[in-house]
Design a protein. Structure first.
Length: 95
């Protein structure tokens, strides 16, 4: 298991793989994993479900920049995606 790094006085931690991307002014967000042992997508429809937490999570580190450059990095896939704010477009799917 990866070592954890402390980033704030409230002992918020993140995987060591994120360390190169976290700065003093970064916001690190953790979304805990969960599974549904019975039922799926029914917990908001009065259905029967048995959700359980798991020891996996998704982390997202956001750091402000001075310019219009955006760099996304996947720590698990070891891939980068680079763009600018001017190249961002609204999805046609949700128009």
């Amino acid at each position: 298991m990866e070592t954890q790094k402390t980033i704030s006085p409230d002992y918020t931690s993140y995987p060591a793989a994120l360390a190169p991307f976290v700065r003093e002014n970064s916001l690190v967000v953790r979304s805990p994993g969960r599974i549904n042992l019975i039922g799926e997508h029914t917990d908001y429809n009065d259905g029967f479900v048995l959700p359980a937490a798991i020891d996996k999570a998704a982390y997202f580190a956001i750091t402000p920049t001075e310019g219009d450059f955006i760099k996304l990095h996947s720590a698990d896939f070891h891939e980068d995606y680079k763009t600018t704010i001017h190249e961002l477009r609204k999805s046609e799917k949700n128009s």
